[in-house]
Design a protein around this ligand. Structure first.
Ligand code: FPP
Length: 227
């Protein structure tokens, strides 16, 4: 969800104005995903590197997460959305962590859409975290190192409960992955758009999906084999 700061600055406003405006785009993205056959949507809300931003920007972002949880969880639940927060939430304050856990429990049985919010998330953290869990299992004699394969590793990755990642969209004009779903990106289609996140809406999402549908996914095979 890149481009909030630049969107605000273009309008002569402070950066946090862009984050607040970005919440409406989050609503649009969830609405679009629910209305189409998308089973899972993961939004990168706060990276492990974002703590290094100016203190007041970090605190506005924390406040926004709180506000969004207060105002949206009931609606998400009513609409059959399962909410999951992925990332190292232990760094957030206890009140916010409680709110997150409550929302996850409330929506745990919903099946219409899984909405993952990546908060204090990093793709490398996700991989290291999986490795640590497997190492502990080896140490405790539950598995042997030889048993570790991609599927066992995948089971420890934070998005293990959702299908393989198909499409990664980055707004804001940069052509980078920036430590997002690194493990999950292996065969994902990448889509970059100059649209700044607060201008993201159903139409932009549909354009990205149309582009995705026009691609031939080969997974290492030849074009002939696939068609
Ligand atoms: C990146 O834009 C955006 C963020 C670091 C924050 C995203 C957060 C929201 C949209 C708010 C709420 C979301 C949820 C899911 C509760 P940037 O600031 O790096 O933009 P720039 O590249 O223009 O500086």
């Amino acid at each position: 969800m890149d481009g909030n700061g630049r969107w605000a600055q273009k309008k002569g406003k402070i950066r946090t104005f862009g984050h607040k405006a970005g919440v409406e785009s989050v609503r649009a993205a969830v609405r679009f995903a629910r209305q189409t056959d998308i089973q899972s949507l993961t939004l990168f809300a706060f990276s492990s590197e974002n703590w290094k931003r100016p203190e007041d920007e970090v605190s506005v972002l924390m406040e926004l997460f709180n506000l969004v949880l207060n105002s949206e969880v009931k609606k998400l639940n009513k609409n059959g959305v399962r909410l999951k927060v992925i990332g190292d939430v232990s760094a957030f304050d206890d009140k916010l962590v409680n709110k997150i856990r409550k929302a996850e429990t409330l929506t745990a049985e919903n099946r219409q859409l899984v909405l993952n919010i990546a908060a204090n998330y990093g793709g490398r953290w996700d991989i290291v975290n999986a490795a640590k869990q497997l190492a502990t299992q080896v140490q405790q004699g539950e598995i042997t190192p030889e048993q570790i394969d991609e599927s066992l590793f995948d089971a420890k990755i934070s998005t293990h409960q959702v299908p393989e990642l198909d499409l990664l969209i980055r707004t804001g004009g940069e052509h980078r992955i920036s430590n997002f779903l690194l493990w999950q990106c292996a065969y994902a289609e990448l889509y970059f758009t100059d649209v700044l996140w607060p201008d993201f809406n159903e139409e932009v999402f549909q354009t990205a999906v149309n582009d995705f549908k026009s691609r031939q996914r080969r997974f290492g095979l030849t074009g002939e084999q696939v068609s």
